[in-house]
Design a protein around this ligand. Structure first.
Ligand code: COI
Length: 326
């Protein structure tokens, strides 16, 4: 039984230690993301482990032709995989979970950075501008925070936020009983209309594509702060930029952006901004942009890799595989 690992990063080496022996599987690696051209590398493997790079119908077919029957992505979201094509071709797919704390803590950091104008304070300091101009913050204690999506990450964000004493509104298709004492579940419109800060923790689906758009922004409070550590597709970036330009939106903390795939986690140092939206958003002193790093802690890296390989082995051995999504 063999698992082929794509997009292997050298820093991940210790995370794989002992896995092949303990699971009795052969592991082979390459640094590149899967492509039609390099699918041949997976020959002899029944499962591949990948990261969040695009997996198109052609790539799925090419892997299938080499004998691969299971794709495990070493992260939670699987919107980078053409799931309709996988279904049609007969390829099974699984994800890999890790503790929500890293993303949740990062989300709260973005909220705090926006609420306290941290971006402006830090950039001005580097320019030796030590004035207080434009730097007055707001207290979370006095704010209403709207949390969209109360899965594992959203729920952890809520638990952290309770310590600040803010009022918390929440929206989810499946409200959680255990959160009902600390949040008020509402419909989306009520959340949009009453939140001073809106934080996104929903997966990327066809239904919530551009959930934050011109119309929903118009419903929001003047001076709203929006943060997103979930998926870029949840926000219509042009509408967000318009909202920032008009002042309707007072700040945004964005760890994810639409069309980030070939940009984030790569180095463009010394080059012009690789996307117009990045160039535009960078101009706002009240916008914090980070390149999809909320997940990136040592714990998460170990867990996402180990869970991916463990569930590949389970799948190949015909054992229960809780990570299977297709
Ligand atoms: C996820 O786990 O879905 C993430 O967003 C992390 C990243 C490695 C894609």
């Amino acid at each position: 039984m063999k698992v082929f690992v794509y997009s292997y990063r050298d820093l991940e080496k210790p995370c794989y230690a002992g896995l092949a022996e303990s699971l009795d599987v052969e592991l082979d690696f390459c640094h590149d993301a899967p492509s039609v051209e390099n699918a041949v590398l997976a020959k002899g493997a029944q499962a591949v482990s990948i990261v969040n790079t695009p997996v198109t119908k052609d790539i799925i077919q090419a892997l299938y032709d080499q004998g691969v029957r299971y794709i495990s992505t070493r992260n939670i979201g699987y919107d980078h995989i053409d799931m309709d094509a996988a279904k049609e071709i007969g390829m099974s797919v699984g994800n890999s979970s890790y503790a929500p704390n890293g993303v949740a803590e990062f989300s709260v950091m973005l909220i705090m950075m926006c609420a306290r104008n941290a971006s402006l304070i830090v950039t001005d300091f580097k320019k030796q501008n030590y004035t207080l101009n434009g730097k007055m913050g707001r207290l979370l204690r006095d704010s209403t925070v709207g949390v969209i999506g109360t899965g594992k990450i959203g729920a952890q964000v809520i638990k952290i936020l309770t310590g600040f004493g803010c009022k918390i509104l929440a929206y989810d298709l499946y409200p959680k009983d255990e959160l009902k004492d600390i949040v008020e579940y509402t419909d989306l419109e009520t959340l949009f209309k009453n939140s001073d800060i809106i934080t996104l923790h929903a997966p990327s689906t066809k239904e919530n594509y551009h959930l934050i758009n011109k119309e929903t922004i118009a419903m929001m409070k003047d001076g709203v702060i929006i943060t997103n550590t979930a998926r870029g597709s949840l926000i219509d970036t042009d509408a967000l930029i318009e909202g920032l330009e008009s002042g309707k939106i007072a700040g945004a903390g964005l760890d994810v952006l639409e069309n980030e795939t070939d940009i984030y986690h790569n180095n463009f140092e010394g080059q012009p901004a690789p996307m117009e939206a990045i160039a535009k958003l960078n101009e706002f002193p009240n916008v914090v942009l980070t390149p999809h790093t909320a997940f990136f802690t040592n714990n998460a890296l170990v867990e996402m890799i180990r869970n991916s390989i463990i569930t590949c082995a389970a799948e190949l051995k015909g054992e229960p595989n809780p990570s299977k999504v297709l």
